[in-house]
Design a protein around this ligand. Structure first.
Ligand code: MN
Length: 346
C-alpha cells in the first residue's frame, strides 16, 4: 500500500548489515527536535528487536517537552558524555544518520564521526544531501524522518516488531515536524501510516498534549511579552520579525525549548507569509535565526542567502554573528530582497 522508498540495492545492503553487523550507532542533529528523537528511538527499537546493540547519540540535549518519549533516558548526549560517545562511535560497525544530511549539522561531534570506520547510513528529509553514506535514503518531500523510519522498517518486513513505545516515538516525530499535521502533511499515505501506528495502541491526542500543552508559566509569559512588545509587522511585505535578547531570556527564566514554536505564531496573522525570529544564543555569542513561511515561499533559500543556514521550504534556520541591531537590519534586507515572492498574491 505504501510506495516503496528503497531501491533493491539499498535493501540488499541494509539486509547485509542486519545479517553481519552487531553494533549500530544512531545519531541526529544538534538541538534535537521531536523528529530527531522520534526517528532515532523508532529505528533503535527495531534494531534492538533484531538483537542488535543500538546506541543513540545526540550532540546536545533535547528540550523538556520531549522527555516523556519512552526510551529517552537511554539516549547518550555527546556534550555531557563525550568519552562514552567516542568509544561507541569508534566501535560501531554501522552509523545511522537520521534527520540530517551533512556532518556539519553535528558540530563538534561531526568531526568524531568523520573519523569513524563504520559504514554510514542516511535516512533524512532535508534538501541537498551530502555524499558520505553507503546507503542514502533521502526524501525531502516527506513529512519527517520518523515517517521515513516507519516506511523503511515496514519495507524491511519489520512492522510486526514495532512496539507501542516505538509507535509513540515515530508518531511524535511526524506530529512535531508537521506542526500537529498542519503543514507538510497532505500526502494521503501519512494517514495510512498514522492508522497503522494507532493499531499499535498509541493515544494520538495524549501525544499532542504531551508535546504542545506542556509549557511552563514562564514560557507563556515570554510568549505574551514577545508578541506584545517585540513583534514587528512589516505590513506591506506580509512578513514579521521578533527578537529575544539574552536579558529577556533571563527575565523569563528561559529554559531550553522555551522559544520552540514562537516563530509560528505570527503566521496566524491574516496574509502573513513569512515569520523571522532572532534570538541571542544563551551560551555562544551569536544570534539564532528561525524562519517559517507558508505556501511556496522558500525559507531555505532566504536562510542560505542571508542567515548562514538552510532547511526546508517552510521551516529553516541559521545563525548570525553580529549585534541584534545588525541582525534586524539583515532580516529587513532579506525581506525587502524577497518582496516579489512575499507580496505575490495567490
Ligand atoms: Mn525532521
Amino acid at each position: 500500500m505504501l510506495k516503496p522508498i528503497l531501491s533493491s540495492q539499498q535493501k540488499e545492503q541494509i539486509q547485509l548489515w542486519l545479517d553481519k553487523c552487531q553494533r549500530f550507532v544512531l545519531c541526529a542533529h544538534v538541538s534535537p527536535d521531536g523528529d530527531a528523537v522520534g526517528s532515532t528511538l523508532g529505528m533503535a527499537g527495531w534494531l534492538r528487536a533484531l538483537g542488535k546493540e543500538a546506541s543513540i547519540i545526540l550532540p546536545t540535549q533535547m528540550p523538556d517537552f520531549l522527555q516523556w518519549i519512552p526510551g529517552v533516558s537511554d539516549i547518550i548526549i555527546y556534550e555531557h558524555n563525550a568519552e562514552k560517545a567516542k568509544q561507541l562511535i569508534e566501535d560501531a560497525e554501522v552509523i545511522a544518520c537520521l534527520d540530517f544530511n551533512d556532518l556539519s549539522r553535528l558540530e563538534e561531534m561531526g568531526e568524531v564521526l568523520s573519523n569513524a570506520k563504520a559504514d554510514f547510513w542516511m535516512v533524512d528529509h532535508h534538501l541537498n544531501p551530502k555524499d558520505f553514506c553507503k546507503v542514502t535514503v533521502s526524501f525531502p518531500e516527506m513529512s519527517s524522518t520518523s515517517e521515513l523510519v516507519f516506511r523503511l522498517i515496514s519495507e524491511m518486513g519489520g512492522y510486526p516488531f514495532i512496539t507501542f513505545e516505538m509507535a509513540e516515538a515515530i508518531y511524535c516525530g511526524m506530529c512535531t515536524d508537521t506542526g500537529g499535521f498542519t503543514y507538510n502533511s497532505t500526502n494521503p499515505e501519512i494517514y495510512y501510516i498514522i492508522a497503522q501506528l494507532l493499531e499499535k495502541g498509541i493515544d494520538k491526542d495524549k501525544i499532542y498534549r504531551s508535546v504542545y500543552n506542556n509549557y511552563s508559566p514562564n514560557r507563556i509569559r515570554l510568549m505574551g511579552y514577545v508578541m506584545y512588545e517585540k513583534l514587528q509587522v512589516i505590513e506591506n511585505f506580509n512578513a514579521c520579525i521578533f527578537t529575544i535578547t539574552r536579558a529577556e531570556q533571563r527575565r523569563f527564566r528561559f529554559m531550553k525549548g522555551d522559544a520552540e514554536g514562537l516563530v509560528n505564531i505570527p503566521l496566524t496573522i491574516k496574509g502573513t507569509r513569512l515569520s523571522i525570529s532572532l534570538r541571542e544564543d544563551t551560551d555562544k555569542d551569536r544570534i539564532l535565526v528561525s524562519l517559517r513561511s507558508v505556501d511556496d515561499f522558500p525559507c531555505n533559500k532566504m536562510a542560505e542567502e542571508f542567515f548562514n543556514g538552510g532547511g526546508h521550504l517552510n521551516a529553516s534556520g541559521g545563525k548570525l554573528y553580529c549585534t541584534m541591531e545588525e541582525a534586524i537590519e539583515t532580516a529587513k534586507r532579506a525581506i525587502f530582497h524577497y518582496e516579489k515572492l512575499l507580496v505575490a498574491k495567490k
